[in-house]
Design a protein around this ligand. Structure first.
Ligand code: C5P
Length: 219
């Protein structure tokens, strides 16, 4: 029987990569909730709405329709596939402020729950185990040291030929974690019933294997 899987953790802990590959292995849908907050932030920048303007952000969000691609692993907004435009440094540096607003979070959680009505989904984010899917059968809290997370992201950029500074990435990660863990509403936090998984010294394959094994035991 299919289950639901919640994967939470700090920035750069490999959640998206791991969650999408776990979903592929299990034949599940994959929902990247960070991409949804990033898409809203991108739209806000495009429409010159400040990250502090909750009301205007809400109006924008009400006009955004989120849907999964037919393959069930990519996010569409108003029928358009989300691309690299939501991963720029500008979006990354504003997304935590945008996503700290209570009304925005409540609306997003509702949208995420609507996308995950059937069993057989993997969601990754910051509040999946605590707010979005509190009844998920498997909850994983993925983490690694900040230096390891920054190093991975830096190497990834170098491999893609993207200009990259380790210090900048490290500082961005720390700042985002600080913001995400200290917001008053639904902060990043390990759910009481989540299983912690330290990936500092594990390969991606090992992490995926571990989660798939745990999932199969519960299916
Ligand atoms: O996962 P990703 O790093 O793309 O998420 C971008 C940002 O979106 C996070 O730093 C956080 O501020 C916000 N986020 C959130 N809740 C989620 C997913 C992401 O607040 N469930």
């Amino acid at each position: 029987m299919k289950i639901n899987i919640a994967i939470d953790g700090p920035a750069g802990s490999g959640k998206s990569t791991v969650a999408s590959l776990v979903a592929e292995k299990l034949g599940y849908l994959y929902i990247d909730t960070g991409a949804m907050y990033r898409a809203l932030t991108y739209q806000a920048i495009t429409h010159e709405i400040k990250p502090s303007e909750e009301g205007s952000l809400m109006q924008l969000l009400n006009r955004m329709d989120f849907k999964l691609s037919d393959e069930g692993n990519q996010m569409l907004v108003n029928e358009e596939l989300l691309g690299e435009e939501i991963r720029t440094r500008e979006v990354t540096s504003h997304v935590s402020e945008v996503s700290a607003h209570r009304l925005i979070r409540e609306a997003m959680v509702k949208k995420q729950q609507q996308l995950a009505t059937e069993k057989g989904v993997v969601l990754d984010g910051r509040d999946i185990g605590t707010f979005v899917l509190p009844d998920a059968e498997l909850k994983i809290y993925l983490f690694a040291t900040a230096t390891e997370r920054a190093n991975r992201r830096h190497q990834e950029n170098v491999q893609k030929g993207i200009e990259s500074s380790y210090e900048e990435i490290y500082n961005d990660l720390i700042e985002r974690d600080r913001y995400d863990t200290s917001r008053t509403y639904a902060p990043l936090k390990q759910a009481d019933d989540a299983e912690p998984l330290d990936t500092t010294n594990l390969t991606i394959t090992e992490v995926i294997q571990t989660i798939v094994t745990r999932a199969r035991l519960k299916e």
